[in-house]
Design a protein around this ligand. Structure first.
Ligand SMILES: [Zn+2]
Length: 158
């Protein structure tokens, strides 16, 4: 008979976050999602868990080694995700703010100039369309994650 470990709780194994400015997966453009089933909804759920675990505000699928065009975000009361996101509108006005990346922890936070407002459209896990207009920090998160999905990193903007 197996002995029960005190407080033995099964912790789910979460994927690792890829790191480094030259990682080939981080530097590769992600692919459009074409099937809306369990795989994509599982991916989104793992990404939310990983985001929380890393205490991050945004996470793109290629940061955990996946190739789907998906990102999740959680900033204050704003929490959500996009599948196949597209930038519909960017403000002309830019703001310089500190910004960091879970994949570049060695660089810490850097000042990055970004548009102050963005409108993003994408799909839900059921395949229906969704559009979110963001400004300030949320806009910055969206633009940062969009950049990841294109194989970019915020250091490219410095
Ligand atoms: Zn990042």
């Amino acid at each position: 008979m197996a002995r029960k470990k005190a407080g033995g709780r099964v912790t789910e194994k979460l994927p690792k976050i890829l790191e480094g400015e030259n990682d080939p997966i981080l530097r590769h453009r992600t692919f459009e999602v074409k099937e809306f089933g369990k795989d994509i909804s599982d991916l989104i759920s793992v990404m939310f868990k990983k985001l929380k675990h890393s205490k991050g505000v945004g996470l793109a699928a290629n940061q955990i080694g996946r190739s789907e065009s998906v990102f999740v975000y959680h900033w204050g009361k704003d929490r959500g995700y996009f599948i196949n996101p597209r930038i519909e509108k960017l403000s002309v006005g830019e703001i310089v703010e500190m910004e960091g990346c879970l994949s570049l922890p060695h660089l810490g936070d850097q000042l990055v100039s970004r548009p102050n407002r963005v409108t993003i459209s994408g799909l839900t896990k059921y395949g229906s369309s969704t559009t979110v207009r963001a400004e300030g920090m949320l806009a910055r998160i969206f633009i940062h994650e969009m950049e990841h999905l294109e194989g970019g990193l915020y250091i490219d903007q410095l």
